[in-house]
Design a protein around this ligand. Structure first.
Ligand code: 3PG
Length: 396
């Protein structure tokens, strides 16, 4: 796959697909600008090369409508402060307004187009919409790893129309880290998988079984696995329709010699609330009507032992409802364990990254992916449509 370094961009109009889908407060203030900062190396490189850099992104899910709260205008202002230069803002991503902004650009200047998802054609990968977008530029760069699992117009439609195209530095870095951790890992490779639902991670769990040496399963999804092994998990969240599948997955792991660690104790609560009454119990003793909302201290020790000699760790999903202090200890302990490990450690998904940030371990993680769904798709062993579209029609 070509990268931006392989492309001739000096004096060219370069459309860079970024993922500026950042969290905002009600006043339009950006509450976490990580995704914008992570795109800066590509933006700055392109500007230094004398390209006319046209950025495009989605924000939220406005469903093809112009919804003010999803405007990228505050992002343009924020980006301008980060790069210390003007960012021209086009109030529409295609049509006369976008064309006028692009026409007025000189070499080495920067513009941001309004939210792509104000047009239904973006998510529908409408060919006309893709053509209009592609017509704004001569070169296409994808630096939006986090949306590269979506077959949307700006992700797959536009690159298919462009002869000159490549990956930005962030997309390249994300793929390289993932490749290092999953395809050529230094072993033992240990996966930590948590979060609410088995259903959303079944593909990832299945694929990971073929790659990892050990797998730790926590979060609400662990309940389904525990129940599949005959434990009574009380009123804990369980996907009953997946009990059979969960049991088979554990059996397959045994056949392959992959050790799967499930919680041995939990923090049980009489309700899903910050002030619920809680009890630390073994998994045999979850009171009827109570729910498991975090892994317990014995599980933390077992999981820590499984991680002790790891050389590569891939983490997706929290161990409990860590947004409530009463159920944060398991995820916090795991964040500290991963943070203090000498392994190559990679986290992906909004919740795992939020946990790593919350517990002050961001500096100690080798790489925190900007992707949620895209990271999961790689964990499933699938190719990202946005990456495939970059490679189409290229010789190498
Ligand atoms: C994300 O936040 O995971 C990406 O920006 C993709 O957003 P989407 O799930 O709305 O497509």
């Amino acid at each position: 796959m070509k990268t931006i370094r392989d492309l001739d961009i000096a004096g060219k109009r370069v459309l860079v697909r970024v993922d500026f889908n950042v969290p905002m407060d009600r006043q339009g203030g950006i509450t976490d600008d990580t995704r914008i900062r992570m795109a800066l190396p590509t933006i700055e490189y392109a500007l230094e090369q004398g390209a006319r850099v046209i950025l495009c992104s989605h924000l939220g899910r406005p469903k093809g409508q112009r919804v003010d709260e999803y405007s990228l205008a505050p992002v343009a202002a924020h980006l301008g402060r980060l790069v210390g230069r003007d960012v021209a803002f086009a109030p529409n991503c295609v049509g006369p307004e976008a064309e006028a902004v692009v026409r007025a650009m000189a070499d080495g200047e920067l513009a941001l187009l309004e939210n792509l998802r104000y047009h239904p054609g973006e998510q529908e990968n409408d060919p006309d919409f893709a053509r209009q977008l592609a017509a704004l530029a001569e070169v296409y760069v994808n630096d939006a790893f986090a949306v590269s699992h979506r077959a949307h117009a700006s992700v797959v439609g536009v690159p298919r129309l462009c002869a000159s195209k490549g990956a930005g530095f962030l997309l390249k870095k994300e793929l390289d880290y993932f490749h290092r951790s999953m395809d050529e890992p230094i072993r033992p490779l240990v996966a930590i998988v948590g979060g609410a639902k088995v259903s959303s991670k079944l593909g990832a769990l299945t694929n990971m079984l073929a790659k990892v040496d050990r797998m730790l399963i926590g979060g609400a999804m662990a309940n389904t696995f525990l129940k599949s092994q005959g434990y009574d998990v009380g009123a804990s969240r369980v996907e009953d329709e997946l009990l059979d599948e969960a049991g088979k997955l554990l059996a397959r792991a045994r056949e392959k010699g992959v050790k799967v660690y499930l919680p041995v104790d939990v923090i049980a609560a009489d309700g899903f609330a910050p002030d619920a009454v809680t009890k630390q119990v073994t998994i045999q003793d979850i009171p009827s009507g109570w729910m498991a909302l975090d892994i317990g201290p014995a599980s933390v020790i077992c999981f820590g032992e499984a991680l002790a000699d790891a050389k590569t760790i891939v983490w997706n999903g929290p161990m409990g409802a860590f947004e409530m202090d009463a159920f944060a200890r398991g995820t916090m302990a795991l964040a500290h364990t991963v943070g203090s490990s000498h392994a190559l450690s990679i986290t992906g998904g909004g919740d795992s990254n939020a946990a790593v940030n919350k517990f002050g371990e961001a500096e100690n993680i080798s790489y925190m992916s900007t992707g949620g769904g895209a990271f999961l798709m790689l964990m499933e062993g699938k190719e990202l449509p946005g990456v495939a579209a970059l490679e189409e029609g290229q010789e190498n």
